[in-house]
Design a protein around this ligand. Sequence first.
Ligand code: E4P
Length: 220
Amino acid sequence: MELYLDTANLAEVERFAKILPIQGVTTNPSIIAKEKRSILTALGELQQIIGKEKLLFAQVIAHTADDMVKEALYLREQIENLVVKVPVTAEGLIAIKALTAQGIPTLGTAVYGAGQGFLAALAGAKYIAPYVNRIDAQGGDGVGAVAELQTLLDLHKPDSMVLAASFRTPRQVLDCMLAGARSITVGCDVMELFITDPAVFAAIDKFDRDWHTAFGKNTF
Ligand code: E4P
């Protein structure tokens, strides 16, 4: 199971890289733009925190295959261990094929259906990112799309991985893992919800009170 943080915020990455066994950090143009730093500055700073052995994901912004490939090669020259995110359009599929032929790892992104994601896998994408919450928000079934895509990959393209993305709730994350997704990227707001259930803190308070009542101190 591979776990990624979906953020370019340095403070968030510093905090969660200490808490969680993350394999790396995923970004997209909106995530980078929010931090108001150039893409290379942002990626360089992120890599300093997580280490060069971890994966970093950054997305091309061009719309034609040729330009996507140029951007991908440029980013890969500057940043070690970069996985290039390519939107799964017709041009994106051409770019994924070309990059795969050059040995460059790609992630097919902006995936709204299992069929679309599967084409990216056939083109050579190592990772495929179905947008779970965005599919749900359209009235679709995000977890269902993940489950279908995982089944297709298991049957026909086991060397590609679902990297489930776009979450608003911990439940969506759990359901994707239960559906068999072997990698997942989660924003820090959703990650925080896994470890800040008020009932947990209430339980710990009760232990403290009981201990203090019995022994008059909160140490052994
Ligand atoms: C991943 O590839 C996407 O860029 C990202 O997870 C989208 O998440 P959002 O729907 O929360 O913006």
